[in-house]
Design a protein around this ligand. Structure first.
Ligand SMILES: NC(=O)c1ccc[n+]([C@@H]2O[C@H](COP(=O)([O-])OP(=O)(O)OC[C@H]3O[C@@H](n4cnc5c(N)ncnc54)[C@H](O)[C@@H]3O)[C@@H](O)[C@H]2O)c1
Length: 253
């Protein structure tokens, strides 16, 4: 059996791929950045890994990557939807292009991947049950200044994942969502806020953003551990759940 991790070329996705492979799961590394996918896959072990240059918003490419992964690594029984993009800006300034870009990757991409495994797992349920984890964001449940497109796309990803899990529960499939808060990855370093990590921890009242009660920005491995747990048999009776892994930043909604 094998796992597909989208967005595994960088940050949280790469950490998920590393953790799964270190525990013996063959991993298909999917990323729109071909070089990043190759670099992640080449560093994985001891389980085998493959790299696939795929834009998750391209459903045909995603379908064919899943077939290639299954052929190379064995039937896919785990999907981690981690690929994501961020566009910030106030709602009044939001461009159609930024809205479309966020929705295409973060929401439609998750739908494409959930649909692809749903078709396969409905026809041939994995022996131990299939598992999906979607990495959304705490912005999916908490309003954020300057994040309309991103938050909306993550809320949609969350709904797609829960509906998929409900429809496939009878086939033994579980689907859960992990909502990270600020996590030390290239995505975070691209934000203005990241220039001052102490402000992330302390909060920025001017933008109605609480700080992080646990007092630190997350490491990608903090998120990966939770994703790996939810994909594993240790979580065999957990489905349709949304787990915030944000050091308490959203006060546990
Ligand atoms: N870093 C944070 O603070 C934070 C907080 C909350 C949620 N998240 C979410 O966690 C996930 C991982 O983010 P990260 O912080 O590791 O970011 P990152 O930018 O380090 O990694 C994202 C990866 O996704 C890939 N990607 C982007 N668009 C893609 C597409 N269309 N198809 C395939 N791959 C694509 C990128 O090439 C990159 O390798 C994202 O969904 C993000 O929204 C991150």
């Amino acid at each position: 059996m094998s796992a597909v991790v989208t967005g595994a070329g960088s940050g949280i996705g790469a950490a998920v791929a590393r953790l799964l492979a270190s525990r013996g799961t063959p991993v298909a590394v999917l990323d729109v950045d071909a070089g990043a996918a190759e670099r992640t896959a080449a560093a994985l072990g001891p389980a085998p890994a493959t790299a696939h240059a795929v834009d998750v918003s391209d459903s045909a490419a995603l379908e064919s990557a899943l077939d290639d992964a299954a052929e190379a690594l064995g039937p896919v029984d785990a999907l981690a939807n981690v690929a994501g993009v961020l566009r910030t800006g106030g709602v009044a300034e939001l461009t159609d292009a930024d809205w479309d870009f966020c929705l295409a990757t973060n929401a439609t991409g998750v739908m494409h991947a959930c649909r692809a495994v749903a078709r396969r797992w409905r026809a041939a349920p994995p022996p131990g049950g299939g598992a999906i984890v979607t990495v959304a964001s705490n912005a999916a449940g908490v309003p954020r200044v300057g994040m309309t497109a991103y938050a909306a796309s993550k809320a949609a990803a969350l709904a797609v994942t829960r509906c998929t899990g409900l429809e496939l529960a009878a086939h033994g499939v579980r689907a859960n969502i992990v909502c990270p808060g600020s996590t030390d990855t290239p995505m975070l370093s691209g934000m203005d806020l990241a220039a001052d990590p102490s402000a992330l921890v302390a909060g920025t009242p001017g933008s109605f953003k609480l700080g992080i009660p646990l007092g630190r920005v997350a490491d990608p491995d903090d998120i990966a551990e939770t994703v790996a747990f939810l994909l594993s048999d240790a979580a065999r009776h957990v489905t349709l759940q949304t787990l915030y892994v944000d050091g308490g930043a959203s006060l546990g909604p």
